[in-house]
Unconditional design. Sequence first.
Length: 462
Amino acid sequence: MPPQSETSEGKTEVEPGVLELFTWEEVGLRTGKGNFKEERWLVIDRKVYDVSQFYLQHPGGPRLIRHYSGQDATDAFTAFHKDEDLVKKYLNSLLIGELKPDQPSCEPTKNEMLVHDFHELRMKVKKMGLLKSNVPFFAFMFLHAFLLDMASWFTIWYFGKSWVPFLIGVAMFTVAQIQYGFFQHDLGHISVFQKPKWNRLAHAFVMGILKGGPKSWWIDLHNRHHAKPNCFLKDPDLNMHPFLFSLGKSLSVELGKKKKKYMPYQHQHKYFSLLAPLTFIAFVQLAIFRYAIRKKMWNDLALMLFYNFRMCLMFIPLMGFKTFMAYYWLARSLESTWFLWVSQMNHIPMNISYDQNLDWVSSQLSATCNVDHSWFNDWFTGHLNFQIEHHLFPTMPRHNYCKVAPLVKSLCAKHGVHYECKPILTAFADILHSLKEYGQDWQEAYLHELGVGDVQTATEIH
């Protein structure tokens, strides 16, 4: 224990400049729950930090850091912060101690050798320059989306609003919007420019003026997804469970045993293709304005309003209000369909459960899978076919995923971690297969040991 002194009130306190020593058990109790509702601690590089108040001011969002309360957050901290040495200077005021010398560097739920080897891999990745961006690559990705965006307007302006130019315009606008989405994803991960400030400014421009959404909303949701992928109650991408879909075997069985039914889950693989995009559009449009107003993100709100004004000014004089509404919402429907299939092919078929506090590599690999590498797959998915590499190294520029993939495969093979990669059509089909299995798991648990009074319910389910 560190040196202690007696106060005038008879209490003992740690002498200034001496760090108090803790065990993992003590840290694990400070989750903001139970007997320590007001305390939230986490560990970074064996140092213990009290984030009980700071988490509310955390730039990446309060819930992101809250989800690591009582846990080791070393790899998450390193993954999200491009200049971690600079950020660590701001952590000094939160430092309250460190782990006792006899304590391991990570919790018992984590593979210590895998953690060690991943740290070595990350150092190798840095030395290879794989975290450095190729700006001309991203310039091309932005330019081709911007030209398609402008071409969609030019097509209507030059050829009119008859069916052929209408559909061509919709197609080009849809592709432009999805590619803008992939590009803003790069900016949101601070992977385009070396300086974070430049990424943030460009992100605000692309999200606000070119896509009509608030960057702060996206950052909050997406960072939480990366921190705890496929962890129910922590990953916001799972918020569709249980009100629209039943996800994950264990969660589906749990839902069935509780006799809860919000949708006909045994048919969810049939209604996913139609319901998911439509509800996604409605959810996003409602959520972005609600978030900007509730969080008082007035700059984001102003850019969003400017986007809507710009779109109306550009298209309504050319095609009228009703035709523009059909044009715009058809494109948005196609975009959301494209986005949902691409984003869910890597996650829905994988393990979905509560947070198990696994090590960084194990938690990311259990929740993600890859799709085969090809020029079309790379473009069509915004390089998210390399979902494993993206989740392990969120700030890595996407053009380097194919370079780090062999190193990640080698690491996984050494430690017996399953590295899954599949053809893109198989990945799409696995979404529906998984949903069907989850629905069956729910149904079996729901119907198990039904009483006589539940016969009518069982009949309705079938």
